[in-house]
Design a protein around this ligand. Structure first.
Ligand SMILES: [Zn+2]
Length: 575
């Protein structure tokens, strides 16, 4: 009875009325939806894309196609939405569109010799697969627990690499799916990918090299409470949100808005993800979603482009173009023929993608892998065939650009250093070498670069004229010399000064993206201060040229002081 009433009302257009004024029938439908699922799926029209900005933190926008917006809301969120007065249409929940019987594996559930990935496993089968993979391939596969969901389900990741129990000087790569519990295509495709990598190792040379040279992590199911909302026996009834009716992909710290962009405390799953990201050092990752078909690259939260926008467009195009060679002509064609800058599509605050990019120096993209969120089982193998080559290409990209090991000149020990590209990096696009190996890797568009290295207690160093080509790796190993004077709290970094020699007026660029006030002083060859001034730096570049009145010809030490650091450089004045 409840379900009949629900279906009768779905698809009807409702006038903008507040909860109090809603007709009793509509109210009872909403009450029933919220009681069953904790969230409602609906659509409405906008007249101006700027309207998204005022709505994106109140409800969970799922897709914007022209002036039509699809969104989810919890009861609390929906009440806020109603106050805006948009006419809306309730939509059937994507997790309930396919009959439950059609989602299950057929009776021949087996892992031997190889699974045919054309079904949605039960929660227990999922656990069996994950533990089974690690048990069957212990040399190259290890089970890692990211954390536990609110309802006590496991958030699991498999690490796939040679010497799987060590942290080697190799890039760490992450695939993760279904943080929106009802977007399940990526869930099955990631299980398929795990098996493909494990069975290909030792037989397929490309897979063998990939596993040998990369530490691959795959988390097929980031929001198990959402996916198994209808019970552990089926993904039927899957919902977007977690068990607290909160969208986990709006719950992360946001570079623009701050720590709690959705106004909610960090969820148990979010905290587990942040700890997992902290304890690893991912260089590239991808988060699988559904409901659209597009490769979405950062940023989602603001209109600014990343420092590596050209690289992102290249990698996104490679992904989509490869898919297009193996798929029907209408697949993965949303927005710019299957790729988009996130913000250009619609603004999202608190997403995992921007969090990983901004705070973990990781290149994370969002892949919307199927228009249908809970894909019919008959489509799962097709989608694997469209995408698996691109999955592999995207993993390979983590090897390209430049990479190397940073060590101490005296002890030879590895150093955790900041690695930045002069004239290129801003908004946290730098990377870091990590212990225990001192290894770093920096994906970057082809070009010629000057690379800086700095670490507390060491002299900074720059390496000029590094050529990077597409699909190749340039190795740049660097030794840093420890500071030998004074307390090691003072870090002296080399500033770039130009033109040099100058004619009384010069510019300064700092070897990082420091923004804020600076003090400037000039010291002549006799050690006497000849100039003191102040200025400001934006992303490491001083806002104004420095022009000390009546500066004599000669050689000077330029000293730039911020609250934290001292930067120096040698200046020749030849007026
Ligand atoms: Zn999603």
């Amino acid at each position: 009875m409840k379900r009949l009433l629900l279906l009768a009302f779905l698809g009807l257009l409702y006038s903008p009325v507040s909860f109090g004024q809603t007709s009793r029938d509509v109210q009872s439908v909403l009450d029933s939806v919220f009681a069953d699922r904790g969230e409602v799926y609906f659509q409405f029209n906008i007249s101006d894309s700027r309207q998204i900005q005022s709505l994106t933190r109140l409800i969970s926008i799922d897709n914007v196609r022209g002036d039509i917006v699809h969104a989810y809301a919890s009861k609390k969120e929906f009440e806020k939405f109603l106050t805006f007065g948009y006419p809306y249409k309730l939509l059937p929940a994507p997790g309930t569109l396919i009959p439950e019987a059609e989602l299950k594996p057929d009776s021949a559930f087996t892992r031997n010799p190889q699974t045919i990935w054309n079904f949605y496993p039960t929660y227990q089968q999922y656990l069996d697969y994950m533990t089974g993979f690690a048990a069957t391939y212990p040399a190259i596969c290890k089970l890692d627990t990211v954390g536990t969901s609110i309802q006590g389900r496991l958030i699991l990741a498999l690490k796939i690499s040679d010497n799987v129990n060590q942290k080697e000087p190799e890039p760490q790569f992450l695939y993760t799916s279904s943080i929106h519990g009802d977007e399940t295509t990526g869930y099955v495709l990631m299980l398929h990918l795990i098996e493909y990598l494990l069975t290909g190792y030792g037989t397929d040379p490309r897979i063998t090299a990939m596993v040998d040279n990369t530490e691959i992590y795959i988390n097929p199911l980031a929001n198990p409470d959402g996916t198994y909302h209808g019970g552990n026996n089926s993904v039927y009834g899957a919902v977007r949100y977690n068990a607290n009716n909160i969208d986990l992909n709006r719950n992360f710290p946001d570079p623009k808005v701050g720590d709690h962009p959705d106004g909610n405390p960090w969820q148990k799953e979010t905290i587990a993800w942040m700890a997992f990201a902290d304890s690893n050092h991912f260089s590239m990752s991808m988060n699988f979603h559904g409901g659209a078909e597009v490769f979405n690259y950062p940023w989602d939260t603001w209109a600014k482009l990343t420092a590596d926008d050209a690289w992102w467009r290249f990698v996104a195009r490679e992904y989509a173009d490869t898919v297009h060679s193996y798929s029907p002509s209408n697949y993965l064609r949303d927005l710019d023929n299957g790729i988009t800058n996130g913000y250009a599509w619609y603004e999202v605050n608190g997403g995992r993608q921007d969090y990983m990019n901004y705070w973990h120096y990781c290149r994370e993209a969002t892949l919307e892998i199927s228009n249908i969120k809970l894909l019919p089982t008959s489509q799962l193998l097709n989608h694997w065939n469209y995408n698996y080559r691109s999955f592999l290409n995207y993993i390979d990209q983590v090897q390209y650009g430049f990479s190397g090991i940073v060590t101490d000149t005296v002890t030879g020990q590895p150093v955790a250093a900041k690695v930045y590209v002069f004239g290129h990096d801003f908004d946290n696009s730098q990377v870091y070498s990590s212990l225990p190996s001192g290894f770093y890797t920096r994906a970057i568009e082809e070009g010629n670069y000057t690379i800086g290295f700095s670490a507390p207690g060491y002299y900074s160093k720059s390496v000029k004229n590094i050529d990077v080509a597409k699909w190749t790796t340039t190795t740049v190993n660097v030794q840093l010399r420890p500071l030998t004077f004074g307390t090691s709290e003072v870090i002296v970094n080399t500033a770039t000064i130009y033109p040099n020699p100058c004619q009384g007026k010069f510019m300064v660029v700092l070897p990082d993206n420091f923004s804020g006030p600076v003090k400037i002083s000039l010291i002549n060859g006799q050690g006497i201060g000849v100039y003191q001034g102040s200025g400001s730096s934006l992303h490491g570049k001083l806002a104004e040229p420095i022009e000390p009145a009546g500066l004599a010809p000669g050689i000077f030490l330029v000293k730039i002081t911020t609250g934290e650091n001292v930067y120096t450089g040698k200046l020749i004045n030849q007026p």
